[in-house]
Design a protein around this ligand. Structure first.
Ligand code: DC
Length: 227
């Protein structure tokens, strides 16, 4: 199996890079963050604070989350409903960051992701794919960028969808810095830069340059992919 792990903080360009690498190699791309977002949506719909472990735990048993690739695009399902269009708001971003700090949530979602990695060639992006989900993976990358650049990109993305709600780059930078702190300070499987992961700082790179940086560093994936 070809397994490629792309970890890094929010807004660094992981998903764009991971999606392009998967396309180039003709393999699956899995956005694992979308699963945490779907879980946060479930809690918020039920009126449950995503920080409230006691209330989130019983919810886990009656929640089904899976992803399907339709025409090269990931669709994320929550209890059979395609929620892909509902999980990209700043509220869900915060909720996902909070709910992902609950170990049982991570155990459940990581197991689903691990099963996919064991049965399919896949590029996965997330926070702890290389450290926790598939630690045996040979191809690990850490994609990052400065907080200001990440804030600028995220805001642009939201503006394009008309979902920025008047947020400024400064508001977004604060949000991102908080999420970085949350994601890297949780006790269980935090975001971290592994010594064996290849660092790609996209602050001053084009998407094409970042994608090439991944492609040229791949190991043991067959000659085809290097063309
Ligand atoms: O990549 P994203 O912004 O869609 O992720 C949303 C949140 O989910 C992020 O703040 C941390 C969490 N997450 C995680 O803990 N592990 C992953 N593999 C992916 C996301």
């Amino acid at each position: 199996m070809i397994n490629i792990a792309i970890d890094g903080p929010a807004g660094a360009g992981k998903s764009t890079v991971a999606r392009a690498v998967a396309k180039k190699l003709g393999i699956l791309y899995l956005d694992t963050g979308a699963m945490y977002r779907a879980m946060a949506l479930k809690a918020m719909r039920e009126g449950i604070d995503p920080n409230d472990k006691e209330q989130v735990l019983p919810l886990l048993e009656c929640t089904e989350i899976y992803a399907k690739n339709i025409g090269g695009t990931q669709h994320t399902y929550l209890d059979g409903e395609d929620v892909s269009g509902l999980i990209r708001t700043p509220e869900i971003s915060r909720g996902a960051s909070d709910i992902s700090a609950i170990p049982d949530v991570r155990i459940k979602l990581a197991q689903i992701q691990r099963n996919i990695a064991h049965t399919s060639d896949v590029v996965m992006d997330g926070r702890e794919i290389g450290s926790y989900v598939i630690p045996d993976c040979e191809n690990k990358f850490y994609v990052t960028a400065s907080v200001d650049e990440r804030a600028r990109r995220r805001l642009l993305e939201l503006k394009e969808k008309g979902r920025d709600n008047g947020m400024t780059v400064e508001d977004m930078a604060k949000d991102i810095a908080e999420r970085d702190y949350n994601d890297s300070h949780r006790a269980f499987a935090p975001l971290l830069r592994l010594p064996e992961a290849i660092l790609i700082d996209t602050t001053d790179l084009t998407i094409g340059e970042a994608v090439n940086a991944v492609l040229k560093n791949l190991k043991n994936i067959g000659a085809e992919a290097h063309k």
